[in-house]
Design a protein around this ligand. Structure first.
Ligand code: S3P
Length: 424
């Protein structure tokens, strides 16, 4: 049976920007009102909202038009219980920066997957600023943070991680001290864009970013969250694998720090048309993608393009399973410490459905082919593994069963419904 796609997809709001919108609206001038439109309503963003509520911020129920009253940088209050970050690394790591500069004790906890992920990467710079942090097994949640009066910091990050960079910038913001972060290559820059837009001074010098001491509370804002390119990528892949039709992906965040998947799909021979970027009130640009089916060929993904497509690499590997020739992904060892070990999970699942793939310590090699792929895959509760194989399963003659389809609620609760609608 052939697969035909048809229609338009408005993907949900960007996850990274949604987390940050809640945090910056909370820290804005006491009594000020921010309006956040089209926020992503998913389990991860709900974790951030829950943590902020527990710290005394009156975050209302999720809606497409949320008004949030700020409490100020110094307005958070000690929570009466542990702060549950659920499955969300962004919640745990970004909030840790805010709490390191807040003068009370906090305890961050998370689900089983988050409790396996490394936290020392944020604890080290925050301790160097003067916070007191205790981690389970020296690197894991639960994380106990005793907030303190922090001092300025210059930090050279070993990994290109927006979460580490953001934790340091947020600690600097709340503490009112200068911080400089140097990254091996640029990671997503949404925190920097918020800081600038709301009145802070940031200096960028090559790969290092300096936040000048912030002496006043930041302003409130009015923002429409752009569509998430990491969610749009699934439907771009679907249209590429289809036999006929086309898909339009509307209002997708257009950022050089996030568009690596779309650039790589183009270099694999994908038929990707991108409209001229439109600037929005969020300080970010959006675009419309139009994707039609194409015979793809293998590609080499080098370390330098990994940060701009880090969350899309399992999906790229699934596409590569039907591309002509070999695809090699390297410099992507960070995938091993995401919601699951995404190198091991992607390769094991590709093999389980009959594709040829091998693990490398820092990536994977996929040998493309045309034979149908069939079988059951194990998500390990990882939303992106579920969606990547959900897309692969829709290709003509493929039949892939996903063991835990509901885990998509972390970032894209309506994923399966939308998938059914556009492949009808
Ligand atoms: C995110 C940064 C990335 C990404 C995650 C969201 C963010 O993690 O994988 O899904 O919002 O800052 P790292 O900073 O660990 O690379």
């Amino acid at each position: 049976m052939t697969m035909r796609v048809n229609g338009q997809v408005t993907v949900p709001g960007d996850k990274s920007i949604s987390h940050r919108a809640l945090m910056f609206a909370s820290l804005a001038r006491p009594g000020s009102k921010s309006v956040v439109r089209e926020i992503l309503d998913s389990a991860d963003v709900r974790s951030t909202a829950g943590v902020l509520r527990a710290l005394g911020v009156p975050i209302p129920a999720f809606s497409s038009n949320m008004a949030i009253t700020g409490v100020g940088r110094r307005g958070l209050a000690a929570a009466s219980a542990a702060l549950d970050c659920g499955n969300s690394g962004t919640t745990a790591r970004l909030i840790s920066g805010i709490l390191a500069a807040s003068p009370f004790r906090s305890l961050l906890v998370g689900d089983e997957s988050l409790s396996r992920r490394p936290m020392r990467r944020v604890a080290r710079p925050l301790e160097a600023m003067g916070a007191h942090i205790a981690l389970a097994a020296g690197d894991r949640l639960p994380m106990r943070i005793d907030g303190a009066t922090l001092s300025a910091l210059r930090w050279k990050s070993e990994t290109a991680s927006a979460q580490v960079k953001s934790a340091i910038l947020l600690a600097g913001l709340v503490a009112g001290v200068e911080v400089t972060v140097e990254e091996p290559s640029p990671s997503r820059d949404h925190t920097e864009r918020f800081l600038r837009a709301l009145g802070a001074t940031l200096l960028v010098n090559g790969s290092s970013i300096t936040l000048a001491p912030v002496t006043r509370d930041l302003s409130a804002f009015d923002l429409t969250v752009p569509g998430d390119p990491s969610s749009a990528a699934f439907f771009a892949a679907l249209a590429s694998l289809a036999d006929a039709g086309s898909l339009s992906l509307l209002h997708v965040l257009d950022s050089p720090t996030r568009d690596g998947f779309f650039r790589t799909l183009t270099s694999m021979g994908g038929a990707v048309a991108r409209s001229a970027p439109r600037h929005t009130d969020s300080g970010e640009s959006v675009t419309t993608y139009e994707i039609t089916p194409a015979q793809l060929h293998g590609v080499e993904v080098a370390a330098s393009s990994v940060p701009s497509m880090i969350d899309e690499l399992p999906l790229l590997a699934c596409l590569a399973a039907h591309a002509e020739g070999e695809t090699v992904i390297s410099g992507a060892e960070e995938l091993r410490v995401k919601e699951s070990d995404r190198i091991a999970a992607t390769v094991a699942n590709l093999r389980a459905v009959g594709a040829e793939a091998e693990e490398r310590p820092d990536g994977m090699v996929i040998h493309g082919g045309d034979a149908p792929l069939r079988g059951r895959i194990v998500t390990h509760g990882d939303h992106r593994i579920a969606m990547a194989f959900g897309i692969l399963g829709r290709r003509r003659s493929n039949a892939i069963e996903v063991d835990d389809p509901d885990c998509v609620a972390v970032s894209y609760p309506s994923f399966w419904r939308t998938l059914d609608e556009v492949t009808r």
